[in-house]
Design a protein around this ligand. Structure first.
Ligand SMILES: *[C@@H]1O[C@H](CO)[C@@H](O)[C@H](O)[C@H]1NC(C)=O
Length: 259
């Protein structure tokens, strides 16, 4: 839908140029009819406009409502995509996204030119929409328990982006999962993780995730990376920061860049 509101004043002027003939009374009547007509047209245009405005963001709104009562770092990945593109350039060509609700990010990436994207959904997809189900059918999105080795060969992707998912893993499983993410990526892994104190999944969703999210501080993560010999990609982190500043983008999640 691409209807745009037309300036009613112009409409009126156009209408006014139609040569009305007849008595003064019929003129008033026709102008009254005209204003009623304009009102109706205006209302239709307004409804059309509001409707077309909501169309584009339905997906994001849906993602948001899914995590109602908490913020989602998967949503944050959607917001950060232009900044990530700026920071990572060609490395954004072949992306694996690992997260609950990965379909939203994969669909958006697939709309970009020169971008191939795949997704791993770590939990069930009971409430997936038609589009998501089709991505699963095509094998683009897979449902896989990330506590086990990922079903991809080494360096299958240029970049791996993970959001939210790691917050639900204990260090024991993190020790298995993070090296797996590193294994399947050629240029790096980007982690979007919640800040401590951020409210996450609703209690009703806990059964799905197995355990409540454990939101760790940035110092915890950095210590963890050192302990497990995962190297931070300082060059990428710097580029990301510069691109963020340029676009006045402030991530609502912690973002880490690993080599
Ligand atoms: C995870 O791996 C690190 C480094 O190999 C090790 O020090 C730590 O004890 C491991 N944690 C768990 C819970 O297995």
């Amino acid at each position: 839908m691409s209807r745009r509101p037309v300036n009613p004043a112009r409409r009126f002027a156009d209408g006014g140029s139609i040569p009305f003939v007849g008595s003064v009374q019929s003129k008033t009547r026709s102008s009254r009819l005209l204003s009623i007509g304009l009102l109706v047209v205006g209302a239709i245009l307004l409804i059309g406009y509001l409707h077309s405005g909501s169309d584009g963001s339905i997906r994001e709104k849906k993602a948001l409502s899914k995590t109602e009562g908490g913020s989602s770092c998967t949503l944050e990945v959607l917001r950060a995509l232009p900044v990530l593109k700026k920071a990572y350039g060609d490395s954004m060509n072949k992306v694996l996204h690992v997260a609950p609700d990965t379909c939203s990010v994969v669909s958006k990436l697939l709309k970009e030119e020169d971008t191939q994207a795949w997704g791993v959904e770590p939990y069930d997809l009971d409430d997936a929409d038609v589009n998501c189900k089709s991505l699963v059918r095509k094998g683009i999105v897979r449902v896989a328990d990330i506590k086990f080795p990922l079903p991809y060969r080494a360096k299958s992707f240029s970049l791996v982006i993970v959001s939210d998912a790691l917050d639900y893993l204990s260090p024991r499983y993190l020790n298995k999962t993070l090296p797996e993410l590193v294994r399947v990526s050629a240029d790096g892994v980007i982690i979007f993780s919640g800040y401590p104190g951020q409210q996450r999944a609703k209690v009703a969703e806990l059964s799905k995730f197995g355990r409540p999210a454990k939101l760790r501080s940035s110092s915890w993560w950095i210590k963890y990376f050192v302990q497990t010999k995962l190297e931070e990609n300082e060059a990428a982190a710097k580029k990301f920061e510069q691109a963020s500043t340029k676009r006045s983008y402030r991530p609502a999640c912690q973002v880490f860049h690993l080599k």
